[in-house]
Design a protein. Sequence first.
Length: 143
Amino acid sequence: MGSRNLDESGQRMRRCAGVMQRITLSVEVLAAIIAVTTLQACAGMGRPQCAKPTLSPPGARGRVNTVKVTITTATKRAYLRYTLDDSTPTGGPSGHGTRIKAASGKVTFRFGPRGRTLKAIAYKTGWIDSLIGVGNYVYKSPR
């Protein structure tokens, strides 16, 4: 009877050791996941971010259907991209949207009762792209 208790006790110890190994492995995997996530979040740290573009006028509502908008960023030697089709512009040499080869430029466009949304981004090599500047332009007919 004594050896049987020792066998059962040994089996329980082996099961506990297996569980402990799995827990240790799980904690190590979790620590690795946290480390990778932290590194990804910090990847942009240390690099400056381009200033968000300013739209002037920032929007329009009224009896006009053509507007000239000046898009500027405070980031020196940055480039701008903009869209008028509700898509989001992206930075970089192969980014999405119409490129303005300076930190400031003008855009003239027509809009109607459904309106148009202008979105702009500033970007510069080695910098983090800016937040998106957004302007809404809607024609209101006279009543």
